[in-house]
Design a protein around this ligand. Structure first.
Ligand SMILES: NC(=O)CC[C@H](N)C(=O)O
Length: 383
């Protein structure tokens, strides 16, 4: 490992970590976030919601199972969205019967800067204490002053509209269901629902979860108008996850407001949850270091049950600003922040965490069934 070229991670606060490069030579800035999940590095790297973020993985061994063709999360293309990767240790060997690449090969192929062999625990403590901050990975020819300056020049995610940046440019149809060891990808024989999904950075597992439940999904670019969506006569509308600050996404907020008026069933996940909040008159706030991990306990206020969830967000809907027509359905047991709500006068609900979560946990999976039931009720009894 020590023959690998040098790399540094520079933080805007002046801290410099020195390690080795496991990706391409180059320089890249972003907002540095930490994710505590033990598994799922391929899904994390390819999740469009990580656009413009440098991800630190706190689990020390990353790369053990390589990269495979099934676990991409980047919509309908196979691509890394994260700005860079920070890890403690890259294993010498990657083993999995599904593996086609090792992690380092993949990072090179995708043109991603990445640093290993740094003290990720120390880095995480800095981010927890001071909050998420801008940073920069520099590999190859090292110039520490330039790296610090590049880190400081990165403006942070507040005010950044990235949903339209990562979105598809043309609509497409999705019908492939979930993967299982026994039968590979399954595709239902009959599709009972047509879902129109806004692509603000949609994750592939969301598309698979919907298709698995009999939904033919048409995925639309982020800036599609409500009228264009309604013209396709969907049974329900899905507001996807996505990167950046939800507040500047005025096109998505106004489309959601028009769709609410039409009374069509709406389900939002993560950025989609925040957009439904903004469209209903609530405000969103930037969190100190966000929620990024796979073991976050969330209470379902309706059933009283606690579910373990996957999370990836740096903004949240301020529960105190929700309108009187919103009923809180889920709350984080880590910090009491809002995790889900539904509107009492409209068939619309949303969740801040990730019920689709590949590789899991799957305890919030029932929210997809809630959407299906909502669409079925609406089909039986259109208002
Ligand atoms: N995963 C997501 O959809 C993230 C939503 C938003 N970009 C946030 O960071 O809060």
């Amino acid at each position: 490992m020590s023959q690998r070229p040098h790399a540094i991670l520079a933080l805007a606060d002046g801290t410099i970590f020195r390690g080795v490069s496991i990706g391409i030579d180059g320089i890249k800035a972003g907002e540095v976030a930490f994710n505590t999940a033990i598994t799922g590095y391929q899904e994390i790297l390819t999740d469009p919601s990580y656009c413009q973020q440098i991800i630190t993985l706190t689990y020390p061994h990353i790369g053990n199972t390589g990269i495979n063709p099934e676990d991409f999360e980047s919509g309908n293309v196979n691509k890394v969205h994260a700005a860079g990767l920070v890890i403690r240790d890259l294993p010498l060997m990657a083993s999995s019967f599904r593996k086609t690449h090792n992690l380092s090969e993949f990072l090179h192929e995708q043109g991603v800067v990445a640093i290993a062999e740094i003290d990720t625990r120390k880095l995480t403590r800095i981010l927890r204490e001071k909050g998420a901050q801008s940073g920069c990975i520099m590999t190859g020819e090292i110039d520490e002053e330039k790296a610090l300056q590049t880190a400081r020049e990165f403006p942070g995610l507040s005010g950044m509209d990235l949903a339209k940046v990562v979105s598809c440019h043309q609509s497409y149809t999705w019908t492939e269901g979930e993967w299982s060891l026994e039968s590979g990808f399954q595709t239902p024989e009959n599709f009972q629902f047509h879902v129109a999904a806004f692509d603000f950075g949609i994750k592939r597992t969301i598309l698979r979860k919907l298709a698995q439940r009999g939904c033919k999904v048409t995925v639309f670019p982020a800036q599609t108008s409500a009228d264009e969506i309604l013209a396709t006569q969907p049974d329900g509308v899905f507001l996807s996850n996505g990167p950046g600050d939800p507040e500047p996404c005025d096109y998505a907020i106004s489309a959601t407001q028009s769709l609410l008026k039409s009374n069509i069933p709406i389900f939002g996940i993560c950025l989609g949850h925040q957009l439904l909040g903004l469209a209903s008159g609530a405000r969103t706030v930037k969190m100190k270091f966000g929620h990024h991990g796979a073991n976050h306990p969330v209470q379902d206020i309706v059933s009283g049950k606690v579910i373990i969830t996957s999370q990836n967000h740096g903004f949240s809907v301020d529960a105190d600003t929700l309108p009187a027509t919103a009923r809180i359905t889920h709350v984080s047991l880590f910090d009491g922040s809002l995790q889900g709500f539904e509107l009492i006068d409209k068939p619309a609900f949303c969740f801040q965490g990730h019920p689709e979560a590949s590789p899991g946990p799957h305890e919030a999976d029932y929210l997809f069934d809630k959407f299906i039931n909502m669409m079925q009720r609406h089909k039986n009894n259109p208002q």
